[in-house]
Design a protein around this ligand. Sequence first.
Ligand SMILES: NC(=O)c1ccc[n+]([C@@H]2O[C@H](COP(=O)([O-])OP(=O)(O)OC[C@H]3O[C@@H](n4cnc5c(N)ncnc54)[C@H](O)[C@@H]3O)[C@@H](O)[C@H]2O)c1
Length: 446
Amino acid sequence: MASELTYRGGGTSTAAGAGAGGYSPKPSKPLAWLPRAARYAVAEHRPLFALAGMLIAAAVISIASPSASSSSSTSTSTGGAASSYSNNNNPLARFPVEPAHHRDVATRHFVGGKVPLGLKRKALRVLVTGGAGFVGSHLVDRLLERGDSVIVVDNFFTGRKDNVLHHLNDPNFEMIRHDVVEPILLEVDQIYHLACPASPVHYKYNPIKTIKTNVVGTLNMLGLAKRINARFLLTSTSEVYGDPLQHPQVETYWGNVNPIGVRSCYDEGKRTAETLTMDYHRGANLEVRIARIFNTYGPRMCIDDGRVVSNFVAQALRKEPLTVYGDGKQTRSFQYVSDLVEGLMKLMEGEHVGPFNLGNPGEFTMLELAKVVQDTIDPNARIEFRKNTQDDPHKRKPDISRAKEFLGWEPKIPLREGLPLMVSDFRKRIFGDQDAAATTTGNQQG
Ligand SMILES: NC(=O)c1ccc[n+]([C@@H]2O[C@H](COP(=O)([O-])OP(=O)(O)OC[C@H]3O[C@@H](n4cnc5c(N)ncnc54)[C@H](O)[C@@H]3O)[C@@H](O)[C@H]2O)c1
């Protein structure tokens, strides 16, 4: 081995000597140490041909490769969605609805995708925080109805067991008394995060707890979603627009919120919850969805929770005067709960992060609402004016163009149709009237 190395070195020095014009013995055959076939290949420049062949083959394979074409089509579809925002006439142009990560969508059990004919959609495990509340319990109805397994996590601050009692014997339903301010570990595919008191009476009752629920509670649920790679939906609110200076409110509007007022624990809490949600999306690659919910009404709302529809309905049923705060000219839009639930599910299953306004654009002054309640319950109900509360927004009406375009969603149930469904539920709960029309259930609302 050592002699061979010495020999090759000697050959090099020989050649150098020849080049120098000194005595040059008959040069030994170059590469004589190689086997005969290799020597032939080198002499005929075969490696060059082989190399060129390999390069051509590599080029052909990369052009025809399916992975290359699929990745290019992925970026095309993403680009397609984004390009719809590049239209300058589009009011949403400077605020793209971020599409979900295609990698995750492709690997997640049919979520958001079409199920091939003849195959049953895979049932999902879904966590609904605040699932014993008004909106949450209707969402639970629909999720169970479509065959999913549902875990409700609720501390019963404003929620009631009664709202989900009809599911207690369903093997696909579980209920955990738990406060989202404390961490919890569960295995699910999707998390609908609703836990938070929603009416001013409730969220002002303990403002510190309210903002803790919004910030620490949302952090805990985002952390859980990240850990188990679940898709996360935040129910935010139209309150993030504060007392809006733009009307109707589009998602691009950043709001006019008092950061130190008595409603800030809720308004700013939800704004922070949105920030956390987007930071987890961008920073931890979490699949998230954000809904900004506008005033919603329907059966199972808390009676006497201070929200205007429940207030008016309960007052009219009890033959009390309808209390109107301020001059009654402030406006709100009212969405029936089944419309909202459909919007939330479409958002969760769809491809876009949001935020999306989910509300009914039909706009009513408080006095107009009082008139609808009088027509529905008691034409003789009196109206009583009271001093308005601090930071009560003057106008509220969602622009839902984005939800229409990207979720294919819009509300279907007008106030005059939805209100009687709520009235029969309230009548039953206030008077224990078993003869009243049956409480509206998920089925009726579908
Ligand atoms: N209903 C609306 O008009 C409306 C409008 C905008 C936004 N939202 C949002 O929708 C969600 C549901 O609202 P809702 O009207 O059903 O209110 P709700 O008060 O009826 O329901 C909230 C539920 O969350 C539970 N909860 C509260 N704090 C909790 C905590 N720390 N841990 C665990 N559970 C907790 C309550 O017990 C209740 O069951 C809320 O996040 C709310 O901010 C609702």
